[in-house]
Design a binder for this molecule. Structure first.
Ligand code: URA
Length: 209
C-alpha cells in the first residue's frame, strides 16, 4: 500500500487555514498555495538520494553531498495543479515540467486525457504529480494511468487537501504511489466537493468565479 504522509508542519497548517477562509481573495490564495507548495515540496523530496563529493572551500578540501540518482519531473494536472508549480520549483529549480490535462466525458463520466506533454526521459525521473485537491481520485488515477503508460515508474502525489474517499481510490488502483497531503478532510459532498475543504481551488486560484 502506498504511504499516506500528512504534513503537520505548523507553517503548512497555518497557511492551510488561510486558504480555507472564504474571505481570502485570489491574489492571497495564489501566493499561499505557492508558499505551501514550496514547504510541501521540501517534504516530498526528503528521501532523494545523495552522494558525497569532494569540494574545496576557500580554506580547505572537504566532502559535501549532492543530489544523485534520479532527476525530478514536476507534473501539474491542469488547471489547478498549475498553482503549485512555482512553489515546488523554488526548492527543486532544476526539475523538468510536464503537463497533463483531463476532462470528464459527459456520457461515460470517465476522465479522458486531452493533453499530455512530458519530458522524454520520464521513465528515469522521480515524478511529483501536482493537484491541490484529491477529491474523488478519478482524475488522479487517470493521470497516473497515463504516466505509467508512458513509462513512469516513480510517482508521488502532492495535494493540499484530500478526501478519505479519494485516498482510498488512489491507494487501491496505484498502491506504489505515495500521497503527500496537507490535511485529510472529513468527506466528499454529493457534488464532489471536499468538506470542510476550501471550495473550488481552480476558481479561487484564477479568479474565475
Ligand atoms: N476540486 C476542488 O477544487 N474542490 C473540491 O472541493 C473538490 C474538487
Amino acid at each position: 500500500m502506498g504511504e499516506l504522509i500528512v504534513m503537520n508542519h505548523p507553517l503548512i497548517q497555518h497557511k492551510l487555514t488561510i486558504l480555507r477562509k472564504k474571505e481570502t481573495g485570489s491574489k492571497d490564495f495564489r501566493e499561499i498555495v505557492r508558499e505551501m507548495s514550496a514547504l510541501m515540496g521540501y517534504e516530498v523530496t526528503r528521501d532523494l538520494e545523495t552522494e558525497e563529493v569532494e569540494i574545496e572551500t576557500p580554506l580547505t578540501k572537504t566532502v559535501g553531498k549532492k543530489i544523485s540518482g534520479k532527476k525530478v519531473a514536476v507534473v501539474p494536472i491542469l488547471r489547478a495543479g498549475l498553482g503549485m508549480v512555482d512553489g515546488v520549483l523554488s526548492v527543486v529549480p532544476g526539475a523538468r515540467i510536464g503537463h497533463i490535462g483531463m476532462f470528464r466525458d459527459p456520457d461515460t463520466l470517465n476522465p479522458v486525457t486531452y493533453y499530455c506533454k512530458l519530458p522524454k526521459d520520464i521513465s528515469e525521473r522521480t515524478i511529483i504529480l501536482l493537484d491541490p485537491m484529491l477529491a474523488t481520485g478519478g482524475s488522479l488515477v487517470a493521470a497516473i494511468d497515463e504516466l505509467k503508460k508512458l513509462g513512469a515508474k516513480d510517482i508521488r502525489s502532492l495535494n493540499i487537501l484530500a478526501a478519505p474517499e479519494g485516498i482510498e481510490v488512489v491507494q487501491k488502483s496505484h498502491p506504489d504511489v505515495d500521497i503527500y497531503v496537507g490535511s485529510v478532510d472529513d468527506y466528499l459532498d454529493e457534488h464532489g466537493y471536499i468538506i470542510p475543504g476550501l471550495g473550488d481551488a481552480g476558481d479561487r486560484l484564477f479568479g474565475t468565479k
